[in-house]
Ligand binder design. Structure first.
Ligand code: LLP
Length: 416
């Protein structure tokens, strides 16, 4: 099903004309389709068929409580990278026992919070982190369930900023060092080695790198099991790409097949996946309103009221996001090249560069597609702009799930 579609010449989110949302709550606004988000989650889970798999949605992609509540209602878990994400996940009803804690820089305080909550496992990224967790757990008289995030040195063939599985990256334990570290973990009574983990990058558009990485992980798991580690989980991370423009990433079925085949028949092991973008990315559009058309001798600009503080991906990664007018242009309307920019005082503030666009006028609404993953969650108050509203559309109804910030929010916690 197409969750965002034109009906009667108007863009709809499920059954809701998005112009109605913009008219009532203003712009910029992130409009999620509940159905798209849920089907992203269930589609991945179902693709694994009878292979045991735990879906731990990667909270960083889009972390609104209303979305996380859907994860909880589907009986799924979460991949978190901070105490703040733990707080969100628990608040939305995701059980601690379904939460995995990733990230290279966990603090002792965050470790303690996650231990007290009783999470499923910590994905450890270095010996230093392992030592600290062992101490924190010892203090609390518990054994911390851990998995090693190994760095398989696999090229994910993606943007360098989101490639994480190459040996030059800050992430993971070089896979050759994992057996020695495992021996140490097994000797520490406050740690329980229960899994192995990897995440080689984001927006992967081929299955090959997943297979390569998981094969390394599975080989290592077999080796560690043989030396007495109770490996129960093989966490293969996130990373499945989506179509922003013309990419053709593996389907959930192709992805699941690549992962399960590479994992081989390791007895008694549950796969864990940490999808973010493939669930949230195309489940949301960002609405913005055209403020001005500005022509200079060398360029045409469309100035809109959403900028890099709202959606930073074009500025930060040179990412492509489809932009379409909310009211469908008349058939045969001429296209003219324009650069869509926001109000931020930086030349790097753009949503699209030199893009063929149908005629637009001040006051028109545009929709920026693929804004669900790393959209609102990476937004900021730069230029003292209150953060945008988030809306959830389901069927023919919609509701605000995060109110637009006001000026008071901008100075909260500050003093004269
Ligand atoms: N697990 C771990 C340990 C991760 O670091 C990530 C993403 C994920 C799972 C989820 O990956 P996904 O399924 O979303 O690809 N801000 C960037 C993406 C950064 C990804 C960071 N890690 C962007 O907008 O493209």
């Amino acid at each position: 099903m197409d969750f965002f579609s034109y009906r009667g010449g108007e863009l709809h989110a499920e059954g809701v004309p998005v112009s109605e949302i913009a008219g009532r709550i203003g712009t910029p606004a992130f409009v999620y389709s509940g159905g798209a988000f849920e089907s992203g989650l269930t589609g991945l889970r179902d693709a694994f068929g009878r292979t045991p798999v735990s879906v731990c949605y990667s909270v960083k992609a889009a972390s609104n409580l209303a979305l996380l509540k859907k994860v909880a209602d589907l009986g799924m878990g979460a991949d978190i990278v901070s105490g703040g994400e733990l707080f969100r996940a628990l608040k939305s009803g995701i059980p601690a026992s379904k939460i995995v804690f990733s990230g290279v820089g966990k603090t002792a305080a965050e470790m303690a919070e996650a231990l007290d909550a009783g999470i499923m496992m910590f994905n450890l990224e270095s010996e230093g982190e392992m030592d600290l967790l062992a101490d924190v757990a010892l203090d609390r008289g518990v054994a911390a369930p851990v998995s090693f995030r190994v760095n398989p040195d696999v090229d994910p063939r993606t943007h360098p900023y989101v490639a994480t599985g190459l040996k030059e990256s800050k992430f993971g334990i070089p896979w050759g060092e994992a057996p020695a570290l495992a021996r140490k973990a097994l000797s520490l009574p406050s740690l329980k080695l229960v899994g192995l983990d990897c995440h080689v990058g984001s927006q992967l558009t081929a299955a090959g790198p997943f297979s390569e990485a998981v094969r390394i992980l599975a080989g290592l798991a077999a080796e560690l099991k043989a030396s007495g580690a109770g490996i129960r989980y093989l966490d293969v991370g996130g990373g499945l790409g989506i179509t922003y423009r013309d990419e053709s990433p593996p389907s959930p079925a192709e992805y699941a097949k690549a992962v399960t085949e590479a994992a081989g028949g390791i007895e008694g092991v549950t796969l864990v996946i940490e999808p973010g973008r493939s669930v949230a990315g195309n489940a949301c559009v960002m609405l913005a309103r055209v403020l001005y058309l500005k022509r200079t001798p060398s360029k045409s600009f469309v100035v809109v009221d959403g900028g890099m503080n709202d959606l930073v991906r074009p500025s930060l990664y040179g990412a492509y996001h489809e932009i379409r007018p909310v009211r469908a242009p008349s058939q045969g309307a001429p296209l003219a090249e324009a650069t869509v920019v926001g109000p931020i005082c930086e030349s790097g503030d753009f949503l699209a560069k030199d893009r063929p666009l149908p005629p637009l006028a001040p006051g028109d609404l545009v929709a920026v597609f693929g804004a669900g993953a790393y959209g609102f969650s990476m937004s900021s108050n730069y230029n003292s702009r209150p953060r945008a509203a988030e809306v959830l559309a389901e069927g023919s109804s919609w509701r605000v799930v995060r109110a637009r910030e006001g000026y008071g929010d901008l100075v909260r916690g500050e003093s004269l």
